[in-house]
Write a protein that binds this ligand. Structure first.
Ligand SMILES: [Zn+2]
Length: 321
């Protein structure tokens, strides 16, 4: 980290702190600022508009809260996240850790006051046992930041030239901008990845050309099924979070990583996304999902999530035949 990067972090963290009280959440007000040399993108945690309009804020979506977390919100709003840094008012949860990793963010700054709040007492276990392990295995630097004193304390610094393992590369195919072309491609993918969990979407490059992105479920970057110790951790996470990065989250993060745009009307999921994926998909303006196996789920509660979103007209699920 150069001195200049840290100077930019003080500026970004101040911007995050400036908006934290605009968070609509009554008790957990959290904000973040994702930045590089070109932009600073701030976001608070929030409820997606279709949830506010059609469901309300009290209802859980399957086993997930109905808010999009501040870190994930900032990623979804940013033009391009590869190589960027992020400032957060509070220590991050394991799900956001996975999204930060997948979005290619290289440095995380946490406001020192985040370690003094009441909320921290409740979340410190997951942060120490899982969130930090995930970002460390991915080679991301983490710092505690004191804005007023202009002080930065390392929590974790990755070895230079560290290269984390990544299973299941993303598949990219040319795809003309038409429903017919997209459906033909999905048909090929269904054959190719028979019975596996994956997502295919149409994506647009900055020059306006379109292509398809097919993303499989995989262990979060830094973990691999080639390594017995990693397999042991992945299969026995010992807590409510998992070390698996689900394909829809992975897709949304990789689109932002590269600076591409999702065509939200063209997305196919081989099975029902998890509750958390479904909430994040609302943050990417997805309101219609083509679905391969409409009753296949990771948890029973994911079916509840699907039902509530379907019943209230938030997401339309179209069975693939
Ligand atoms: Zn989170």
């Amino acid at each position: 980290m150069t001195k200049q990067d840290h100077m930019r972090a003080f500026e970004a963290m101040q911007k995050a702190v400036d908006i934290v009280n605009t968070s609509p959440h009554p008790t957990h007000k959290i904000s973040s600022a994702l930045f590089n040399d070109e932009f600073i993108q701030c976001a608070t945690n929030y409820w997606p508009q279709p949830i506010l309009d059609k469901i309300g804020t009290d209802q859980r979506i399957g086993n997930s809260s109905s808010t999009i977390h501040a870190e994930t919100a900032a990623i979804l709003l940013s033009p391009k996240t590869q190589g960027s840094s992020i400032c957060i008012t509070d220590p991050f949860c394991p799900n956001c850790a996975k999204n930060i990793v997948e979005a290619g963010i290289e440095t995380i700054y946490i406001d020192h006051k985040g370690f003094e709040k009441k909320f921290w007492e409740k979340s410190s276990g997951h942060f120490n046992n899982m969130s930090m392990e995930i970002v460390a295995k991915a080679g991301i630097n983490v710092y505690e930041i004191h804005r007023k004193e202009k002080k930065i304390i390392p929590i974790f610094e990755a070895p230079l030239n560290y290269n984390p393992p990544e299973d299941s590369p993303i598949q990219i195919e040319p795809c003309p901008d038409s429903q017919g072309a997209f459906y033909t491609l999905v048909r090929d993918m269904v054959q190719q990845y028979h019975n596996r969990k994956f997502v295919t979407a149409m994506v647009e490059k900055p020059d306006g050309s379109t292509f398809s992105m097919t993303v499989r479920v995989h262990p979060v970057i830094g973990y691999t099924i080639q390594n017995d110790h990693d397999i042991e951790i992945i299969t026995n996470p010992g807590q409510k979070y998992s070390y698996i990065q689900e394909p829809a989250n992975r897709l949304l993060m990789n689109i932002k990583r590269q600076g591409y745009k999702l065509r939200p009307e063209y997305i196919f999921c081989s099975q029902v996304p998890t509750s958390r994926e479904l909430v994040n998909m609302l943050g990417a303006d997805i309101s219609k999902i083509l679905i391969g196996e409409p009753f296949k789920v990771r948890h029973e509660s994911d079916l509840d999530a699907k039902k509530i979103l379907e019943k209230n007209g938030v997401i339309e699920f179209i069975p693939w035949v």
